[in-house]
Design a protein around this ligand. Structure first.
Ligand code: SF4
Length: 281
């Protein structure tokens, strides 16, 4: 399956401490968007991204253009979810053909979520957005980006999700450490936490979500950091581009190298990766 991340907006209505999008000071034109769609003919699935794609004036035109070119292309949107709190807006997105919503929850409380987004009311709007997605019975993914400000709350964040969406079989939760680029790099003193430190919290979060039959995946953490029973949750992540991913030399000895997502290259740049344990079975 060939996928394309299509940036349609440089700006965002949140201001997240761990944002990995570059702060760009220009507008993406619709001609540029069309050009990207025309260039990528064999794509099965497009992720509309940004910045925040829901504040792009080109959003609906972009969906129409993708459908005009190939009505079978699956269109997903990677969003902070705030605009989904507007019922008419989400209904229109659904009617136009958005198939999956990918959004983030940063904390178990309004206070923590908004310390991270640096945007008042963002928690209430995102939670209302999710409620609207569920009331339309649509598929969605919640990504929890893990860092120093929220790793100890993973249990509570998972409980919040588990209690609200128990047995909702169109939900997947993704747990992943942040990549230290752009805003996240600038704020690394506030955000950095080692993978070794977060593992037990991630494993506990998986258990909580599992108990409530919620599908869960982990991105960008290698097998050798986890207890074996959690290996089945490991996926390759949001990118496999070599420039973004790091494997130490010892990984050559590991029988899981081919399936291992490695770690963010930016993680290894700011903190030398802890000892890894090549798997030999
Ligand atoms: S040793 Fe390397 S390849 Fe093997 S699981 Fe660990 S990080 Fe991945």
């Amino acid at each position: 399956m060939k996928t394309l991340n299509l940036d349609i907006e440089t700006k965002c209505n949140n201001n997240c401490l761990m944002c990995i999008a570059p702060k760009l000071d220009f507008e993406i034109t619709f001609d540029h968007i069309k050009n990207m769609i025309d260039k990528n003919k064999e794509i099965n699935e497009i992720y509309l991204t940004g910045g925040e794609p829901t504040i792009s004036k080109h959003l609906f035109k972009t969906i129409d253009y993708i459908k005009e070119k190939n009505s079978n292309t699956k269109i997903n949107i990677v969003t902070n979810g705030r605009m989904m709190s507007n019922t008419q807006f989400i209904e229109k997105l659904h009617e136009k053909g958005i198939q999956k919503f990918i959004l983030e929850i940063h904390g178990d409380t309004q206070k923590l979520h908004e310390i991270i987004t640096q945007t008042p009311k963002s928690f209430i709007q995102t939670i209302k957005g999710i409620k609207n997605i569920v009331s339309l019975d649509l598929p969605f993914e919640i990504r929890i980006l893990v860092h120093k400000l929220n790793y100890k709350e993973l249990k509570n964040i998972s409980r919040l999700i588990a209690e609200k969406y128990e047995n909702y079989n169109k939900l997947k939760v993704v747990l992943m450490p942040i990549s230290y680029v752009n805003s996240a790099e600038k704020n690394k003193e506030k955000l950095f936490v080692s993978l070794t430190t977060i593992i037990e919290y991630i494993q506990k979060a998986i258990d909580i979500l599992n108990e409530k039959n919620i599908a869960v995946k982990v991105y960008h953490i290698p097998f050798c950091f986890f207890e074996k029973r959690y290996w089945k949750y490991i996926n390759e992540g949001i990118t496999t581009k070599k420039i973004n991913i790091y494997y130490p030399k010892e990984c050559e000895k590991c029988s899981y190298k081919i399936r291992c997502p490695g770690v963010w290259a930016s993680y290894n740049k700011i903190n030398k990766l802890e000892t890894i344990r090549p798997i030999t079975e």
